[in-house]
Write a protein that binds this ligand. Structure first.
Ligand code: NDP
Length: 252
């Protein structure tokens, strides 16, 4: 039920953090993983790791905000592998500023990287998934898909938008046997949050106090959900947003 042998998965930002965690899970379950990121050094290191796990992985350099480059990357992956089955829209950034200090250029950068890219990548893989007889798309949201935060107006808007995009794509493509779901990470120890810990005083302690599991999440916490949402085990699950947060979003 969880076997992904013969399946091909593109993971945007699959060269580090949560994306690499998901890529490891997919690789262990047998999928061929395409690591789609900007930093070629990080991507090469990720590919080496995934190959050691038994995946015939490879990297394609991509800036997900470049529409033409996304189309080229997706078509190149499909041509090299002969099929596509899974897309993880994980690439994301944050610019931490209150709304009155955020420039329009910064707003656009965050929205285009986090939200528009998920639309563009999903649209590009759609014909390939259809050709494979169905497929899986996983969008990476956030606790800020649910909650507000004073320091993240564009990030929160992008992550809230991803949940609604997930529902729209799920409804539109269910008839093609394509399931589209979102994962909402809690506070996870990655490069992204290292910066947040430096910028937001007391964050580390607040996260520990607020998270019922009493720890930060790790990239490894995303292996299981990646396999579940990419496999036959989730064939009747679509349009949902599943928190992976150690209980953070269930506690007042
Ligand atoms: P990282 O900074 O480790 O990962 C972000 C990834 O996105 C990198 O691999 C980066 O690749 C890629 N990326 C960013 N911009 C682009 C771009 N324009 N084109 C291609 N790739 C890009 O952080 P996380 O692992 O924490 O973040 C992964 C996702 O999880 C993000 O969507 C983030 O919003 C989300 N998330 C994280 C949480 C956390 O606590 N860590 C909580 C909630 C959500 P490269 O280095 O090659 O540019």
């Amino acid at each position: 039920m969880f076997d992904l042998k013969g399946r091909v998965a593109i993971v945007t930002g699959g060269n580090g953090g949560i994306g690499l965690g998901m890529a490891r899970g997919l690789a262990r379950a047998g999928a061929r993983v395409v690591v789609a990121g900007r930093n070629e050094q990080k991507s090469s290191a990720a590919v080496r790791e995934l190959k050691a796990l038994g995946s015939d992985a490879f990297a394609l350099a991509i800036d997900v905000t470049d529409e033409a480059a996304v189309q080229e990357m997706v078509d190149a992956a499909a041509q090299r592998c002969g099929r596509l089955d899974i897309l993880v829209n994980n690439a994301g950034i944050n610019i931490r500023k209150p709304a009155h200090e955020l420039s329009l250029a910064e707003w656009k950068e965050v929205i285009e990287t986090n939200l528009t890219s998920a639309f563009v990548c999903s649209r590009a893989v759609y014909p390939h998934l259809k050709h494979s007889g169905g497929g899986k798309i996983i969008n990476i949201g956030s606790m800020l898909s649910i909650f507000g935060a004073s320091f993240a107006p564009a990030y929160g808007a992008s992550k809230g938008g991803l949940v609604q995009l997930t529902k729209s794509l799920a409804v539109a493509w269910a008839g093609d046997n394509i399931q589209v779901n979102a994962v909402l990470p809690g506070w996870i120890d990655t490069d992204l949050t290292k910066k947040a810990r430096e910028q937001l005083q007391g964050l580390h302690e607040r996260v520990l106090a607020r998270t019922p599991a009493a720890r930060w999440g790790a990239a490894a916490d995303f292996e299981g959900i990646a396999v579940f949402l990419s496999s036959a085990a989730s064939d009747f699950i679509t349009g949902t947003a599943i928190p992976v947060d150690g209980g953070y979003s269930t506690q007042v």
